[in-house]
Design a protein around this ligand. Structure first.
Ligand code: CO
Ligand code: CO
Length: 368
């Protein structure tokens, strides 16, 4: 676990305009702002942060020891038992923290109807405001320690890919290849996966978010691998596309186009650059090669604890500017139904003067 200044992070949360308190449920943002990890389960846990800095938790009794291990948080517990249920804990929190009549900021993507209804039962005049963009805006500004964790995650992932590629042969199934990749990552010290690795062979690679199958890899087909390990909780997200045999001229052209698009987008990235201009740099290359209609997603997404993060958004027409500390992926792709797809994905961080590319795995298509 990375050491973090939770008080400083919470101070930024309190600065969010237009809300009188913020409520977080278990997940990446509760972890980011408090360092506490709980499962999002049928037993509600809610962190409530008030503008005066007061931090409280509505929390099952059995989880209270986790709070007690963190005296630095100075958190107050509204504990509830499995016997009595959580209704009283919500009522007490609303009453003692004065939540009635206020505007409560929540992450609209993670707060469930369950928690919301429980608040509203006790606070008829409470307003709710979805502030996930403001929350992720804070998390988007990576510290050097966070960047180093992502760099380490990328190194581990790439070392695992190296081992995999020395082993992989035509005739193996997507599932076999993915399983082996997982084993290599574990052996190299990855904390599990940032997401389930995607191994796609032949025409399957034409589905950007396809599923693993038992399809056997043919020698002269595309082999697309999208995966990433974690280190200190921070992810890597890397895609490389290979051919173990002899690609057709069309496959080679697709690959060369996507690689050039990836490189153009990296070159276009930097502080003060509009996010949409990075997308455009990649898209122009692909369009010029005649594959514009086959590039069916954005060029990249924010990268952080949650894997995909909403900010920055490297997509067509986004005028927001890249700022130092923002981490994101650059992953243009071309997908031709029936034939297959190519994607080349790197992880980058904006610096004061340019761009720091965290991934370095060679972009070599033919591996025969
Ligand atoms: Co990916
Ligand atoms: Co990605």
């Amino acid at each position: 676990m990375l050491k973090a200044d939770y008080a400083a992070r919470q101070a930024k949360l309190r600065e969010i305009a237009g809300v009188d308190a913020v409520a977080l449920v278990p997940g990446f943002n509760m972890y980011y702002f408090t360092g506490l990890e709980f499962h999002l389960s049928e037993r509600p846990v809610v962190a409530i942060l008030k503008p005066d800095g007061d931090l409280s938790f509505i929390i099952p009794e059995l989880e209270v020891p986790k709070l007690n291990q963190r005296p630095d948080l100075e958190a107050r517990a509204f504990a509830w038992s499995d016997t009595n249920g959580y209704a009283d804990a919500f009522r007490e929190a609303v009453s003692e923290l004065g939540l009635n009549g206020i505007t409560l900021g929540v992450d609209g993507l993670t707060m469930r109807v369950t928690e919301l209804l429980e608040f509203q039962k006790n606070a008829a005049t409470m307003k709710v405001s979805a502030i996930e963009r403001q929350i992720i805006r804070i998390m988007a500004m990576k510290t050097p320690e966070e960047v180093e964790s992502m760099r380490k995650a990328a190194r581990i992932s790439e070392a695992a890919l190296d081992k995999l590629m020395a082993w992989v042969q035509p005739g193996m199934t997507e599932r076999q290849i993915a399983t082996r990749l997982s084993e290599e990552m574990g052996a190299l010290g990855s904390e599990g996966h940032a997401f389930e690795p995607l191994v796609q062979a032949g025409p399957n690679s034409a589905l950007p978010h396809g599923m693993l199958s038992d399809r056997e890899l043919g020698a002269d087909e595309f082999l697309l691998i999208d995966f990433g390990g974690r280190y200190n909780g921070y992810p890597a997200d890397i895609t490389r596309t290979f051919c173990l045999g002899t690609p057709t001229a069309e496959m080679q052209k697709m690959y060369d186009t996507v690689k050039a698009a990836n490189e153009a987008a990296i070159k276009a990235s930097g502080p003060g650059v509009a996010m949409g201009d990075v997308d455009k740099a990649a898209r122009d290359v692909i369009t010029a090669a005649g594959y514009g209609a086959y590039f069916i997603h954005r060029t990249g997404h924010g990268l952080g604890l949650a894997g995909h993060e909403m900010i920055p958004q490297i997509a067509e027409g986004v005028t927001d500017l890249l700022e130092p500390g923002m981490a994101f992926t650059i992953e243009p792709g071309v997908y031709v139904p029936g034939l297959g797809g190519v994607r080349v994905e790197d992880d980058v961080v904006v610096t004061e003067t340019g761009i720091d590319v965290l991934t370095s795995y060679p972009k070599v298509f033919k591996r025969g």
